[in-house]
Design a protein around this ligand. Sequence first.
Ligand SMILES: Cc1cc2nc3c(=O)[nH]c(=O)nc-3n(C[C@H](O)[C@H](O)[C@H](O)COP(=O)(O)OP(=O)(O)OC[C@H]3O[C@@H](n4cnc5c(N)ncnc54)[C@H](O)[C@@H]3O)c2cc1C
Ligand code: SF4
Length: 481
Amino acid sequence: MKKKMLQFVSLEHATPDKRKTGERKGDFHEIYKEFIKDKAEEQSSRCSQCGVPFCQIHCPLHNNIPDWLKLTAEGRLKEAYEISQSTNNMPEICGRICPQDRLCEGNCVIEQSGHGTVTIGSIEKHITDTAWEKNWVKPIKVKKEINQSIGIIGAGPAGLACAEELRKYGYQITIYDKYDRPGGLLIYGIPNFKLEKFVVERRTKLLKESGIKFIQNFEVGRDKDLNELKNNHDALLIATGVYKPREIEVPGNDLKNIFPAMEFLTASNRKGLGDKVELFDNGTLNAQDKNVVVIGGGDTAMDCVRTAIRQNAKSVKCLYRRDRENMPGSAREVSNAIEEGVEFIWQTAPKKFIGDEVIKEVQVNKMKLGLADASGRKKPEIEENSEYNIEADIVIKSLGFDPENLPKLFSTPELIVSRWGTIKIDLDTMQTNIDSVFAAGDIVRGASLVVWAIKDGRDAAENINKFLKQKALEKSKVKAA
Ligand SMILES: Cc1cc2nc3c(=O)[nH]c(=O)nc-3n(C[C@H](O)[C@H](O)[C@H](O)COP(=O)(O)OP(=O)(O)OC[C@H]3O[C@@H](n4cnc5c(N)ncnc54)[C@H](O)[C@@H]3O)c2cc1C
Ligand code: SF4
């Protein structure tokens, strides 16, 4: 019998027609559709092994894509896995959630010649899912323990990748995280329909089995400040991500049932993980049978609209002030959302929230695109006398994230941050201006992607290793003198 595997495919979702007839529940094919192993080989063999691997160049991790495609085409999956995992700490996660249309697949030569991309992400996922299934994925066996310790603040992809790479050298690693589960946005941000939580949990379990210590429910700034933590370790990595939601300043913002995106998504993810979530259970954060309005046009907004659809909302509308071409979110996500029945209202911005204690309507203005601003994008301008009202039982604000005020939060006013609040690092060493303190991931880049966080975590590990080796050398010289 042929082995059944899962493949990332373009979605065959419930159509708006099906939604009207109530056929929606349970008929999402989600992101994965069953396919046979031969299909992976067939897809991989479509790679032309072109001399200039644009896919590899445009993958932030520079994954050796042509090599693992060739091995997969030849049915040599174990070797393909070895190559894949040598540059990526979470290939099966990237395979699921990287915006491939903007990275590897978007630059595939076959795609560019109009014949459709090799489905690199789905093959990457297939290789490592198979490795898990066949028990090829093993915890790290340290050859020689090193008596130096690193504290990592934040168990998101940047912190986890850094921890794994440093543990391979034999360092003693402790990860501190303010949430009850490790994984950062992989657990509480990205919805289950894009990234099943067991996929993240088996990764963190593996790291625990590799000897990495996790301290959950530990908030740096509340439970210990940065300098106290620094005294316990030879080096520290700050990988805390960015969580402060950008606000929208319009009248009525304080009405009930207006939520920031992360509150809505976290509640939904917690429910999926089996937690008791009072605000979801009492209906407040559950979109079922409600008219939902999501404000924003990025990937987080797409996650909100698609989550609301899966919660059986009565209607889901997405307001974005620019046009479709200028939406920051992945084009694939937008198409998927439309296919599922989300109504996009482009070139529209909220003017005020209307209601009597509780939100009832969003008054909006139509927008037109004016001259390009400093960023080169056309600036949206209000069209005079264009107001109208949209019915809303729940509004979700998804306008992006900024860093929290870390110097204040960590009681380290000396920590240098950029004018956006991201941590400034020396680009050669990834060290902050505080000795032995490094930083990586979204807290340095601003809101970005998982694959970039992994890349930063790996680079930070290399730099921390260099730093600690030097520190140990200096110590031994002092001892010898
Ligand atoms: C809703 C949503 C959907 C997304 N979807 C995608 C996607 O499909 N594909 C993609 O590539 N990217 C996606 N992203 C972006 C991606 O999740 C992030 O770029 C990535 O997780 C950043 O990794 P990180 O390790 O820097 O930070 P995070 O993942 O944010 O992890 C930071 C960790 O630090 C912890 N922390 C914060 N402050 C403290 C403190 N004071 N003390 C202790 N611990 C602390 C947090 O609890 C958290 O666990 C999405 C983001 C969001 C919000
Ligand atoms: S990590 Fe992301 S960009 Fe790189 S090959 Fe995998 S899916 Fe493509």
